[in-house]
Design a protein around this ligand. Structure first.
Ligand code: FAD
Ligand code: AMP
Length: 475
């Protein structure tokens, strides 16, 4: 008799492992299958986010920022440090240690919640069966009442600039460089390209970012994007917009990247290339041919607003379905599906998903950009407040950027909040909560914020939407 579970999840990234834990919390028997293998051959739960994405990138962003501060900012505090040096092996060991702690933590959470964690390949068969093939083992067929597909995504490869795992690499390899490249080319100035470009630029690489779009950070509020572009330029990152990479030629050492911009054909020579042109849903070998799971034109598993696939009791969540490719979006879908399976009421509020870019300054937003609000035709008001006028930001020597609140002219509802500045990724949580409760800008105005705190910038931006900011001119 095959082993049977109420819920089998395929994929243990932030969408899948969270779904499995919530299913178990709901009193269901749950198994979670994952095939992830690291470069050293070890297997680990946690998916892209823990092993090759969110967590290792943030570890390196922090280390490299501290090095940058030691070199360029400590003197301003009256602290002299001579001869600050990078021990990259140690920095990378710290990064690997954090990853190991967190991936090990998932195994511990599985145990504590009585989730059966299975390492190997999972394949959905007809009749809600799942074939599980352990690493180096024989396949066995498991039975499930419900199956949740959470197979995630993979980096997109450019046909004309193929990965070679040494000089032309994806974001995962770029997190594990064992030396700082002298000249680094980054294709794609999206969130991943800018975060990785920042890491290696702070550690000493000359960084050129080639971005096909004419607008910098086209998905962000353009007032914030312009400010960000200025900061990155000041930091020495060479961002070339409207630069569509068309090919490459490899040299004895290094690569020449060929691209086209308004002026015609261009090229740039670099030692290493990170291709960061986005990610594609990953569904290879996930579903048997006779199971009618539909993929859309871009390869995402088709689902309704509750993440149902159309095949009875088969659900899909995370990067392998539509919506922003963000860990917290996948986790919320995982929670919602596990709750729906248990007969609870649940939904994901797709309108209020925060985005964060962990560069310096950080950039974070939720809701609509000013461009989107303008296009919607709804009358609106905008309040901004600069961190230069915020006492805590000055004390932190991080008085760059601004907070921006966009609210409806008629009922004052907050439509979007955009922050560029210190700890923007933490500050945005208040705006997310406010928008989750459909708060008005007046609600934020009347909420007491600690002084001196960075959060006062958001408070003042809300006040400024009604021309009532206290510590800045109300334009
Ligand atoms: P994944 O994390 O991709 O996990 C899917 C898992 O399923 C993998 O372990 C895979 O091996 C396994 N799998 C697939 N098919 C099978 C199968 N058939 N059988 C068994 N196992 C299978 N997002 C943020 O929100 N914040 C960030 O700061 C952030 N930073 C990032 C930085 C980088 C460099 C990168 C690359 C990504 C970053 N992301 C960030 C995006 C984030 O990592 C993804 O959105 C998130 O990991 C998606 O979660 P998921 O569970 O859907 O898929
Ligand atoms: P994201 O999807 O946020 O990870 O960003 C990927 C970025 O890569 C987008 O801004 C794309 O415009 C950009 N991009 C995609 N293909 C190319 C290319 N061939 N050359 C330069 N930039 C590209």
């Amino acid at each position: 008799m095959s082993k049977s579970y109420d819920v089998i999840v395929i994929g243990a990234g932030p969408a899948g492992y969270v779904a499995a834990i919530r299913a178990a919390q709901n009193g269901l028997t749950a198994a979670c299958i994952d095939e992830w293998k690291n470069y050293d051959g070890s297997s680990a739960f946690g998916g892209t986010c823990l092993n090759a994405g969110c967590i290792p990138s943030k570890a390196l962003l922090e280390s490299s920022e501290l090095y940058h501060k030691a070199q360029h900012e400590f003197a301003g505090h009256g602290i002299e440090i001579k001869g600050a040096k990078v021990d990259l092996a140690k920095m990378q060991a710290r990064r690997a240690g954090i990853v190991k702690q967190f991936t090990g933590g998932i195994s511990a959470l599985f145990k504590a919640n009585k989730v059966t964690g299975l390492q190997g390949h999972g394949k959905l068969l007809a009749g809600n069966k799942v074939e599980f093939t352990p690493h180096d083992g024989k396949p066995e067929v498991l039975q499930a009442k419900h199956v949740i597909l959470a197979s995630g995504s993979r980096p997109i490869e450019l046909k004309d600039v193929p990965f070679d795992e040494k000089t032309i690499v994806d974001s995962w390899r770029a997190l594990e460089f064992d030396e700082v490249p002298k000249r680094l080319g980054v294709i794609g100035a999206g969130v991943i390209g800018l975060e990785l470009g920042s890491v290696w630029s702070r550690l000493g690489a000359e960084v050129v970012l080639l971005e096909a779009m004419d607008n910098f950070l086209f998905m962000a509020d353009q007032q914030i994007a312009k400010d960000a572009q200025r900061h990155f330029k000041k930091q020495g990152m060479d961002v070339r917009l409207g630069a569509m990479v068309k090919g490459c030629s490899k040299k004895k050492s290094g690569v020449t990247l060929e691209y086209e911009d308004k002026k015609g054909k261009q090229s740039v020579e670099v030692d290493k290339v990170i291709v960061a042109v986005g990610r594609r849903p990953f569904t290879d070998g996930l579903v048997a041919d006779d199971v009618k799971i539909k993929l859309d034109k871009r390869g995402f598993i088709e689902v309704d607003e509750d993440c149902r696939t159309g095949v009875a009791n088969v659900w899909a969540v995370g990067d392998c379905v539509r919506g922003p490719m963000l860990a917290h979006k996948g986790s919320e879908e995982g929670v919602a599906v596990a709750d729906l399976i248990a007969g609870r009421v649940a939904e994901v509020n797709y309108k209020v998903i925060p985005s964060v870019m962990y560069t310096a300054p950080e950039i974070a937003w939720v809701g609509k950009t000013e461009e989107e609000v303008k296009d919607s035709g709804r009358a609106y008001k905008v309040g901004t407040f600069p961190f230069a006028a915020n006492g805590r930001a000055q004390a932190l020597a991080a008085a760059n950027g601004m907070a921006k609140v966009i609210a409806a002219q008629d009922d004052d509802e907050i439509l979007g909040v955009h922050i560029i500045g210190p700890m923007a990724g933490e500050l945005i949580a208040e705006a997310v909560l406010a928008m989750e409760f459909s708060a008005s800008s007046e609600d934020l105005q009347r909420t007491i914020h600690a002084h001196p705190s960075l959060s006062e910038a958001l408070h003042e931006a809300a006040l400024s939407a009604d021309k009532r900011a206290i510590h800045a001119m109300n334009k």
